[in-house]
Each structure stands twice: as C-alpha cells, then as structure tokens.
Write a protein that binds this ligand. Structure first.
Ligand code: LLP
Length: 433
C-alpha cells in the first residue's frame, strides 16, 4: 500500500485509518472525502519537532491552509501549536471562527484588497507577507489610520527553478509573486519598507514551488535568501529577525513516487543554514516553513460509487463515478497522478482492464485519472477509492454543473464524525435571488 494508514480487511475491503471504507460509504453516502485526523497531527508534530531541533525553539511550521481549509483543520492546528499561512479573508474568517490565535497567522497573496487588509488588521493578524510595493503602501496607509505599526515579511523571488509543474513554480524571476532579488527590486522594496513609519519589517519570505522532490532546491533558496539578508545588513544596517522558506515538499501519489523523509530533510537544511550563517557572519534568523500538501495529502482519500461503464472496442474504456472535476479538478488542471482502487474488492487479483476514471460533468476534460487498471468485472455500484486527496481537493472543489460538494468526514482513533456537511440542493440556491 502506498501509505501506512491504508489496509485491507478479511472481507477484502479497503480500510482507511483502521475503518472499513465500505461502511463509511454506507453511512455517509458518496462522493465522500475522508480525512485521517491522527495522520494530520502526526505530520504537524514531525515538522514542529524537526524544526525546533534544526533551527532552535523559536522556529515554527506554518500550515499553508490553502491545501485544506475548514474549521476542524484550524482546531487541529491550534491544538498542535502550529502557525498558519492564510491567503484570503475567507481563510482568516474560518480560522477566527474557531478562535485560532491570529497573531500566529501570516497573510499571503499577491493582490490583497484594501478590504482584505482592513479585515486582517481588524482581527489582529500577526504578519502580512507583502508581495509588492503597491501593497506595502496600502498596508502602511491602513495601519496609520488604525494607529498601529504592522509587522510584515517581504516576499522575495530567489530566481530558482524548483523542477515541478509550471502552475506551481513560483520562485522564478518572472513569477507573479514577490520582488525579485536579481532585478534589484527586492533591495528597493526593503529600503522603502524601512522608510515607512507604520511598517515593522521583521524579515523575508520565499516559496519556490509545490510538489518538490529535489531537496537541493531548499538549500539553494536558503543560500540566496541568507546572502540577501547579509547584503541588507551591510548596506542598510538591517537586522533580519525572520526567514520564512515557504512550503513545497512533495508527497507520493503513486508507488513509483520518491519517499521524502521530512525530518531528515529539515535536519539537512538546518545544518546547511547554520553553516551558511556562520560563513556570512550573520545571526541565525527565526526560521519558518509553510507546509500544506505534506501535512494533509495522505491524510485524505475520496470514495465514489461506480455508475456507467462504457467499453469502446478497439478504442477505450470508461468507468464513470458520481463525482469528478467538481470535487477534484487536479487532473483537469495539472494532469496530476493518483492511485485508484476498488474499495469493496481491494484484494481482487483476477483479470484487470485498462480504463479512464471519469466524472459526471458535461465535459470531456472531466477526468480523474487515465490509463488505470481496475478489476475486469468492475460494475455499477462498486466503490472506488482515489488515494492521497487530502490536499487541494476539497479546497479546490466547485459547484460546476450545480453539483453539491461532498462532505468531509474525519476519522480519529477508530471513530468517524462529520467536519463539513454535504451540501444540499437548497444550499446551491442559498444566494440566488
Ligand atoms: N506557501 C506559499 C506561499 C504557497 O504559495 C504554497 C502553495 C505553500 C506555502 C504550500 O505549498 P505545499 O507545501 O502545499 O506544496 N493547487 C496546486 C497547488 C498550489 C500550491 C500553491 N501554493 C495543486 O493542487 O497541486
């Protein structure tokens, strides 16, 4: 099995976090998002422990909540002592609604509106991660109106290719995010920040990409950022308190994907940064990282019921399910890989057939995965499990074709409970006048 929270019981049913998935499908219906809460907590602890060991007590992981954002996730983050990365008033609102301490929140995005800025300040956001000069001016202006001095980090682009898919590569000089070090814009926005009386520049941020397996990428970006910190010390006399290295560690969607040992990687980055700081003669800043996918991805699994099976002799076979691109748009957007199993006959080792797993939306691009193998006798009513869907599935789901979004059911210590209710047809019309 691709992940150790999966197993198969005597009846040949797939179990997730120790619970028979066929019973969960019966109880809650499909499509159904399942989340293994213990796994999420375990990943948080791995990051917290490894980061404190590698970088000292003040170091902290900030969960990138764009990967999965709903109240229960923020409760878990609060209880585990994680900080959070938020990107919208909606994520802030959700976190605040369960009493998440917003001083541990970092507000990202490349285009925060005045309303977003005001909303975040109203709720006492800890830090803005400032993308550009225009935004910096707006934050200064709104902070002045509120008579506060706002803590910020500046988002910089170190100019690194993270060797991942284009849509999630963000550290290159031509990225829409941040100020480039190479062009001199990073230096000028740093100097400008220091001139603003309602801004308190605490440090710098970079995020080079997502689903990254090449650990060198993190060492290279740390080198460039620390070099920049040294340059700012020498030229502007700036003492940098915080360096946020972003998120991005890759996860396994297929058996053939590499396995990343997060703790080991953090130790390597830690040793590297300690040495680099000593070489440059700068103090070690407080280090943050912003994992999203690697916290929640393999804590998630989606269950669907098989409907139509269509075989086109000499061409192609389709297995249609009762969900699709509305609850998981990642294949449609990025051609993302997934492992797919029949959950009610997971041990089947008889004949298989090759097919595409497709959704129920009215467009041909509504594909969950192509060229997968399922038992040849797969039939209407069978239960399909798509693995590793905890990140960027629920959070990217839509109501396309007026489909209702599936519920999120949490699994914890052998129990199951609803974290997000299934949308009803009435919910779909709730805002229609
Ligand atoms: N920090 C920043 C500033 C980010 O932009 C991101 C992800 C993260 C942290 C978290 O990265 P992670 O650890 O999750 O790789 N929708 C895409 C992923 C977009 C990632 C955007 N930024 C997908 O489904 O693959």
């Amino acid at each position: 099995m691709i992940c150790n929270n999966l197993s198969i019981n005597e009846q040949g049913h797939l179990c997730f976090a120790g619970i028979d998935t066929t019973l969960l499908a019966e109880k809650y219906g499909t499509p159904l998002y399942l989340m293994d809460e213990n796994r999420i907590r375990e990943r948080c602890r791995t990051y917290i422990t490894a980061m404190k060991e590698a970088f000292g007590d003040k170091a902290a992981p900030l969960y990138a909540s764009k990967a999965a954002s709903f109240k229960q996730i923020y409760r878990i983050m609060k209880e585990e002592g994680m900080g959070i990365d938020v990107v919208s008033a909606g994520e802030i609102y959700t976190a605040v609604s369960i009493g998440f301490p917003l001083e541990h929140a970092y507000f990202h995005s490349n285009n925060k509106t005045d309303e977003d800025i005001d909303f975040a300040m109203e709720h006492g956001i800890g830090y803005f991660v400032v993308d550009n000069e225009e935004e910096l001016k707006a934050i200064d202006r709104i902070a002045a109106r509120r008579s506060i001095r706002q803590n910020i980090l500046l988002r910089l682009t170190p100019g690194i290719d993270p060797h991942t898919y284009e849509e999630v590569a963000t550290g290159k000089v031509d990225s829409k995010f941040g100020s480039a070090i190479e062009t001199g814009q990073a230096k000028s926005i740093t100097a400008f920040s220091l001139s603003l009386s309602n801004i308190n520049l605490k440090g710098f941020h970079c995020h080079v990409g997502s689903q990254v397996f090449d650990s060198d990428v993190f060492l290279q970006s740390a080198d460039i950022m620390l070099g920049f910190i040294k340059e700012m010390k020498d030229s502007l006399g700036l003492h940098t308190e915080i360096l946020d290295l972003g998120g991005g560690y890759g996860v396994r969607y297929l058996d053939s994907d590499p396995m990343i040992d997060i703790a080991e990687n953090i130790r390597t980055v830690g040793a590297h940064i300690h040495k680099k700081c000593a070489d440059l003669g700068i103090a070690l800043p407080t280090i943050h990282m912003e994992p999203g996918r690697s916290i929640v991805a393999d804590a998630g699994l989606t269950l669907y019921t098989v409907g139509t099976i269509k075989k086109i002799p000499g061409y192609k076979n389709y297995v249609s399910i009762d969900g699709g691109m509305a609850d998981n748009p990642r294949y449609a957007l990025y051609k993302s890989s997934y492992t797919v199993l029949l959950a009610n006959r997971a041990t089947e080792d008889e004949e298989t057939f090759t097919c595409s797993l497709v959704g129920r939306c009215c467009e041909s691009g509504d594909i969950i995965q192509e060229n997968i193998t399922l038992p040849a006798n797969t039939k209407r009513g069978d239960l399909v499990a798509v693995l590793t869907t905890g990140a960027y599935n629920y959070s990217m789901a839509s109501n396309y074709n007026r489909l209702t979004r599936p519920p999120v059911v949490m699994l914890k210590d052998g129990t199951d409970f609803i974290a997000v209710k299934r949308e009803s047809l009435a919910d779909l019309c709730a805002n229609d006048l």
